[in-house]
Design a binder for this molecule. Structure first.
Ligand code: SF4
Length: 367
């Protein structure tokens, strides 16, 4: 894997900066302000995306703020320029989902992913702007999806990984009815400055326990565990070098104002005296294809690529990880050419160790 690809596999769109919740661990800097994406921004992005989608599978991920806070009419106007081949996904806190939104998802064949951290008592960080628990409102939205038979994914943030939690979480999500689950250990990034360092043994035990819970009843696609097992299988088959893509996916995030940030959506909306606003261009001024063709020349991206090469030469987990996320390096280390972060320890190194710990604990006596 070398350099940044010029054609992404998906783009992230920010229809509004606003979120109707105020979660304690949120990284978004402008979530109290309603800055909506004008339709010409979507038209400019669609001009490139429609070409890519005609050549193969391609997704647009609507991510906020809270994307549904943009309103159905405005979101429909932003979707309109995209051709029928484009797959649409939305990451939502679910609090605004009702029958009318379910009709909208069905009409636009939009795949829904709900942010929820487990049972009520695990959602203490998910609160309204008035500081009240959001759990009942989240569940109303999930109930609407279930009533209407719309499949959905779930994304859970774990702030304090430790013994016992993984089984509880997995059982909860089995009952919830999601078909895909992603588990993120809380990250120190953006405006969230909470510490994300945890005892290594606790994090490894959390992942090992999650694998065990999943293996008992693997009805849900468990994102992190499936990644790790795919890598472990590739190592056993002697094809570990083929797991990573040949080039980094640029994953362009299009902010509400049309500015394009590659590699890490979490950098959008921030500025730094050394790196400027992290943007590689604006779709209102240049085609997205042109911006991505030149993205590797963005000064911080070059520094990040040096960090990836440092990971490649020093880290035994590189074949699985591919060098970590740009935003975690920036927000934890203050620059892009470092290597280990608390994030990569929690979510790459300990994850793989947890899967191996589970495998060691469950190997047959004859093995
Ligand atoms: S695990 Fe950390 S140090 Fe290793 S390749 Fe990934 S980001 Fe780099």
């Amino acid at each position: 894997m070398r350099g940044v690809a010029t054609v992404p596999s998906y783009v992230v769109m920010q229809p509004t900066t606003l979120c109707n919740l105020d979660c304690a661990y949120c990284y978004l800097p402008m979530r109290a302000a309603d800055r909506r994406m004008p339709v010409p921004v979507a038209e400019a992005v669609a001009a490139s995306v429609n070409v890519w989608a005609a050549a193969g599978r391609f997704s647009v991920v609507w991510h906020g703020g809270e994307p549904l806070a943009a309103g159905r009419d405005h979101l429909a106007a932003l979707l309109a320029p995209f051709g029928p081949e484009v797959e649409h996904h939305v990451q939502t806190n679910a609090t605004l989902i009702d029958d009318a939104w379910c009709d909208f998802f069905a009409e636009h064949r939009m795949r829904v992913s709900v942010s929820v951290d487990g049972p009520r008592e695990r959602n203490g960080d998910r609160v309204t702007r008035g500081g009240r628990p959001a759990y009942d409102r989240i569940m109303r939205g999930v109930t609407a999806l279930r009533r209407r038979g719309l499949p959905f994914s779930a994304l859970a943030v774990v702030s304090r990984p430790g013994p016992g939690l993984a089984t509880e979480l997995y059982d909860y999500f089995l009952d919830l009815g999601c078909d895909v689950l992603g588990v993120n250990i809380e990250e120190t990034e953006g405006v969230n400055t909470r510490d994300n360092a945890h005892p290594p043994a606790d994090v490894t035990a959390f992942w090992a326990e999650l694998v065990a819970a999943w293996r008992r009843d693997p009805r849900i696609h468990l994102r992190e565990v499936e990644w790790s097992l795919r890598y472990a299988a590739a190592v056993l088959d002697g094809v570990a070098d083929e797991v990573l893509p040949r080039q980094l996916d640029p994953i362009p995030t299009i902010a509400h104002d049309g500015s394009v940030t590659v590699l890490s959506p979490e950098l959008a909306g921030f500025t730094d005296p050394r790196y400027g606003d992290f943007s590689s261009g604006n779709v209102l001024e240049s085609p997205l294809t042109e911006i991505l063709a030149g993205a590797a020349g963005t000064p911080w991206v070059g520094e990040y690529l040096e960090g990836v090469e440092a990971c490649r030469s020093r880290c035994p987990y590189f074949g699985f990880c591919g060098g970590g996320h740009a935003a975690n390096r920036y927000f934890e280390l203050g620059r892009f050419d470092g290597t280990e972060t608390e994030h990569c320890r929690n979510s790459k190194i300990r994850l793989l160790e947890g899967v191996l710990e589970h495998a060691r604990d469950h190997q047959s006596p004859a093995a």
